[in-house]
Design a protein around this ligand. Structure first.
Ligand code: TYM
Length: 332
């Protein structure tokens, strides 16, 4: 079966609503058609400073949330990136094929490094998209379900695969992004022109799925909208309302048109109430499943050990082939 791969970073205590709607939720149905590899990008998380014990905990918690969100360890390979050393091995090979200029043009790198300044920004941040390309190419993934913010990194991945294939012969599958327009970019509740982001948004702008219902309800009820009073879907003129409608539509399965029709004559308070109810209805059981899995730590570690073994099987085969192809002397 063709393969799919996607990872999340363990950089926060909880996945946020954008991570879930834009990525994790798309992962679940792909399990029916593809051989799926899903996991936690703990090496990517090293680009920011972490307290060691907290990083360990966040990694486990991220894995638990993937499973709580519908990733089935019986049907998917669930693993932690650092358990598969081939990720860093392929990163080096690919980094030697990536132009300095091309890596410098990655917008996430430019944003983060300009925010931090040249000395605080580390070289890992610069290599981050190359490590991501290695994650994908190691598994010969055909599709990569992510949010809109990862599109440019996927373009780089496709470029590197194409460049390698052109130079050395067909080696890598060139992956396709799997990004849904409707949920690929969930917005910050306090600023509906900016994406909901663990690092960029203020606490009131993000819905953390593991937070108490009350806190999330409060954030939704104070979401920024506009001074108009009519509920219509207009992304340019009414981005706050559009974001709430998208979230509600994704969580309830009801189309935007039908939601808008249903809210005729009603106000923003009604819309926010409905969004809060839908978020709570999802997040409550999600949180319970996550905490239950965290309570079965040995079980979780067993799943990740089995996942690492399966992932290494595939990844080691790719690295062996790549090393041979580029002319590295095989050992003994
Ligand atoms: P990360 O951990 O920042 O985010 C995890 C996933 O959530 C998506 N996402 C969003 N989707 C919709 N609206 C939003 N506001 C929103 N914010 C985040 C992200 O696009 C992502 O799919 N570099 C990646 C992790 C990674 C990866 C990979 C992904 C590492 N290696 C290989 C795919 C394939 C990242 O930082 O995602």
């Amino acid at each position: 079966r063709p393969r799919v791969l996607s990872l999340v970073q363990p950089t926060a205590n909880s996945l946020h609503l954008g991570n879930y709607l834009g990525a994790l939720r798309q992962w679940v149905p792909l399990q029916d058609e593809f051989e799926t590899f899903y996991g936690v990008a703990d090496l990517h998380a090293l680009t920011v400073e972490n307290e060691p014990a907290a990083l360990t905990e966040k990694t486990l918690r991220a894995a638990a949330q993937l499973i709580a969100g519908g990733v089935d360890p019986d049907r998917s390979t669930v693993f932690v990136q650092s358990h598969v050393p081939e990720h860093t091995q392929l990163t080096w090979v690919l980094s030697c094929m990536t132009g300095f200029g091309q890596a410098s043009r990655m917008t996430q790198f430019k944003d983060k490094s300009s925010r931090l300044g040249a000395d605080a920004a580390n070289v890992g941040l610069f290599l981050y998209p190359v490590l991501m390309a290695a994650d994908i190419l190691l598994y010969q993934a055909e599709r990569v379900p992510v949010g809109e913010d990862q599109r440019q990194h996927l373009e780089l991945t496709r470029d590197l695969a194409g460049r390698f294939n052109a130079r050395y012969g067909e080696t890598f599958v060139v992956p396709e992004p799997h990004i849904l327009a409707s949920v690929g970019k969930i917005m910050d509740l306090t600023d509906p022109t900016a994406k909901m982001s663990k690092t960029g948004s203020p606490p009131n702008g993000i819905i953390e799925l593991l937070d108490p219902d009350k806190a999330n309800t409060k954030k939704i009820k104070s979401a920024v909208t506009d001074s108009d009073r009519v509920i219509t879907f207009d992304e340019q003129a009414k981005p706050g309302v559009a974001n709430l409608l998208r979230i509600l539509s994704a969580l309830t399965g009801e189309s935007i048109e039908s939601l808008v029709a249903g809210f005729e004559g009603k106000g923003y308070g009604d819309l926010k109430g409905a969004v809060a109810d839908a978020v709570v209805a999802f997040a409550g059981p999600f949180r319970e499943r996550t905490f239950a899995l965290m309570g079965e730590r040995t079980e979780l570690e067993k799943i990740l050990a089995a996942g690492a073994e399966r992932a290494r099987d595939v990844a080691a085969g790719t690295v062996r082939q790549v090393y041979r192809t580029i002319g590295l002397l095989p050992p003994g």
